[in-house]
Design a protein around this ligand. Structure first.
Ligand SMILES: Cc1ncc(COP(=O)(O)O)c(C=O)c1O
Length: 414
């Protein structure tokens, strides 16, 4: 008799950018949980993992420090110049963000964290508290003393006519002076706010953050859990689109595991290499399977032209989404960089229904509970070709065509 667990698990099979559920094929424009840079399956990673499972699936991080250094050697080709150290003892983004905060606190001997409204930095007690939305905080109680949240600017839009003016942002120092006790260790920012609705920050805002942090001796952390590992067309956003941010620390996780193998870590400048091993670690941090996955993912990104693919196909994706925005009044505010796009729908109920209708058309897209929950996100695996992107756009077209009949639609139905 087949075990029920086996039956349930075997309902799902991946095939590159596709997920089959009970034999029905979906193209996944959300890359799983925004973590499948290389899709659901990859032969190179799978064969390395299988070989390692036969050797041993676990090693204490006491044995894997040298392997983490090999990964650092590969990664520093892609990091901003000042960043040349690694701390790899995490398998989640939340853990890695906490590691970065610890480094900043120990280095500055201060406590507080500045972060942005609408930001998402994780679901542990501390990272939920610094995230910029209250719904995950209800019922739970934690506070990093001295922490402060600052407003997020309006997103840069793909259609320049929709974009806000690039000047006159609020003065961060004013907020700091009015709202903090000056006990701030670090400022953490996602170069593009992922869960917040795909908010593309303007270059001038990155510069303002960098200037402010330098002036106050505050450690600037780029949370690249979503934007890292090629998502925006460069290895890290802070070495491409967001290079003027010049962070002191980069946090990575999610896509670093290529096909969803959990991994996470922190890249930092020499001065911030201050932690003792016992100060930030976890049982599975830097386990062999994580290390194999990240090592092979970096090699595949480099050897198989993954970044070039994103750069070469981005305009196709963006123009396709902008055409849909022209066609359907229910779509507005197309925005993004690389393969990290999003747009708004009229309201929360509409967005939820669109996700459901898209599924009927064999397309997986995801929404966001942050803000007014009306944004939808299109973030395909980085291996998507123009043919895959066309399939996603065609299915979106069919979805929004059907959505014109929805009671939540704002378009006039003849
Ligand atoms: C930008 C960002 N930081 C941190 C995290 C937390 O990562 P994890 O869920 O692996 O703990 C997430 C997860 O969505 C994220 O998007």
């Amino acid at each position: 008799m087949t075990d029920n667990f086996e039956r349930l698990m075997s309902r799902y099979t991946g095939d590159g950018v596709y997920l089959n559920i009970d034999g029905v094929r979906y193209i996944d424009a959300a890359s799983g949980t925004f973590n499948l840079q290389l899709g659901y399956t990859n032969d190179r990673i799978a064969s390395k993992l299988k070989a390692q499972i036969d050797r041993c699936a676990h090693l204490s991080s006491a044995h894997t420090g040298a392997m983490s250094q090999c990964i650092l050697e590969k990664l520093i080709k892609h990091t901003p110049e000042n960043i040349d150290r690694i701390w790899m003892r995490d398998v989640t983004g939340s853990g890695a963000v906490e590691c970065a905060i610890r480094m900043a606190q120990k280095y500055t001997k201060r406590s507080g964290v500045m972060s942005l409204f609408l930001a998402h930095h994780g679901q542990s007690l501390a990272t939920a508290q610094i995230s910029g939305n209250a719904f995950r905080l209800k019922n739970f109680h934690v506070n990093i003393e001295g922490s402060l949240k600052i407003p997020v600017p309006a997103s840069v839009m793909s259609d320049p006519e929709d974009s806000p003016p690039q000047e006159n942002y609020y003065d961060i120092e004013d907020i700091y002076q009015c709202g903090s006790n000056e006990n701030i260790a670090c400022l953490i920012v996602e170069p593009i706010l992922g869960n917040g609705g795909n908010i593309v920050l303007p270059d001038v805002f990155y510069r303002n953050l960098r200037d402010f942090c330098s002036k106050k001796g505050i450690v600037l952390i780029a949370d690249e859990v979503q934007t890292g590992f090629g998502r925006t067309g460069t290895f890290f956003a802070s070495s491409g689109y967001a290079k003027t941010l010049k962070p002191d620390i980069i946090v990575f996780a999610k896509g670093a595991g290529g096909i969803g193998i959990p991994t996470g870590g922190v890249l930092m400048s020499k001065e911030l290499d201050v932690l003792e091993p016992f100060e930030h670690s976890s049982t599975s941090g830097a386990n062999p399977l994580s290390l194999i996955a990240i090592n092979e993912t970096i090699k595949i990104i480099e050897e198989e032209g993954i970044l070039d693919n994103v750069v070469n196909c981005e305009a196709f994706l963006r123009d396709g989404l902008l055409s849909l925005q022209k066609k359907y009044p229910d779509i507005s505010g197309v925005r993004g960089v690389g393969y990290m796009y999003g747009f708004d729908t009229p309201n929360m109920e509409y967005a939820a229904e669109a996700i459901h209708i898209a599924e009927k058309h064999g397309l997986i897209i995801r929404g966001a509970r942050y803000g007014k929950s009306r944004a939808l996100k299109v973030r395909p695996p980085l291996i998507c070709t123009k043919v895959h992107l066309q399939e996603i756009l065609t299915k979106l077209d069919a979805t929004f065509n059907e959505m014109q009949q929805s009671p939540f639609s704002q378009s006039e139905v003849a």
